[in-house]
Design a protein around this ligand. Structure first.
Ligand SMILES: Nc1ncnc2c1ncn2[C@@H]1O[C@H](COP(=O)(O)OP(=O)(O)O)[C@@H](O)[C@H]1O
Ligand SMILES: [Mg+2]
Length: 249
């Protein structure tokens, strides 16, 4: 009963992922170990090319790992079929990207309804939930607008609504504030934290934006395909407390 890693939302050991073959092979994850608890909001930082996007893509069951263990929400990803992974993504994962990736020809409400339709909700129920979620993000009056009629900050709020509307257990965000000005970015993080953590969602946010680190329960630093440090708050702790294993409880 007492195996703590099984209680983790995310539990990776020796995770390996490369791109390409032969001479063109590029290692992106090189035997990475990581644990993230249920309900934790974690920021993932590190230099460009160190493997952050690859890591959250594997965790979100978008990319298949080459080797190692990756257990997400109690499922060992290596044991899932592609159909299982598609279901896991649709039901349990919400995504927010740097480029908001809204569908330009759909209204805001229809954009936010998409994840619900994919999960089999009837259109009317889906639309109602979508409008409620837009409302929580301060966009209730704009449900019938098109994305092009909104500012970048508003579009990113729609993207958050879309990521959360189906109540996923895990939310992954790849540089969600990098196309926004500082203040808009902070507002966004504030909303994301409030809405997501109310329901004990687990959040993994890749960022270069130092101003938003304060919203994290924990900051995890990556370098060259592995985790190098993990500590609380915006200023990472001293080396003694930053061994990833010391954060296991
Ligand atoms: N689809 C891909 N094909 C080939 N190489 C890739 C691909 N995606 C990422 N890489 C390589 O894997 C490494 C890690 O990339 P990435 O995970 O995107 O890093 P980060 O998000 O930290 O900038 C980099 O060397 C990158 O060039
Ligand atoms: Mg990236």
């Amino acid at each position: 009963m007492g195996d703590p890693p099984l209680e983790m939302a995310i539990h990776c050991r020796g995770l390996v992922k490369s791109f390409g073959r032969g001479d063109a092979r590029v290692p992106a994850l090189r035997g990475l170990d990581l644990d993230i608890a249920y309900g934790e909001m974690v920021m993932l930082v590190g230099p460009s090319g160190c493997g952050k996007t690859t890591l959250i893509s594997v965790i979100a069951a978008v990319l298949d790992q080459d080797a190692g263990l990756c257990r997400v929400l109690g499922r060992d990803l290596a044991r899932l079929t592609q159909a299982d992974k598609t279901l896991l993504r649709r039901k349990a994962v919400g995504f927010v990207f740097q480029a908001f990736n809204l569908i330009p020809t759909l209204t805001l409400a229809d954009n936010v309804t998409v994840p619900l339709l994919l999960n089999g909700s009837p259109r009317e129920t889906g639309r109602k939930q979508a409008v409620e979620m837009l409302d929580r993000l301060g966009l209730g009056g704009r449900a019938n607008a098109l994305p092009s009629e909104l500012s970048g900050g508003q579009q990113q709020r729609v993207a958050i609504a879309r990521a959360l509307v189906h109540k996923p257990s895990l939310v992954v965000c790849d540089e969600p504030t990098s196309a926004l000005d500082a203040k808009t970015g902070e507002t966004m993080l504030h909303l994301l934290r409030e809405i997501a953590l109310q329901e004990r969602r687990t959040l993994v946010i890749v960022t270069h934006d130092n101003r938003i680190l304060k919203y994290a329960d924990r900051v995890i630093e990556m370098s060259d395909g592995v985790i190098t440090r993990s500590g609380a708050g915006p200023s990472l702790g001293p080396p003694a407390s930053t061994d990833i294993r010391s954060s296991l409880s």
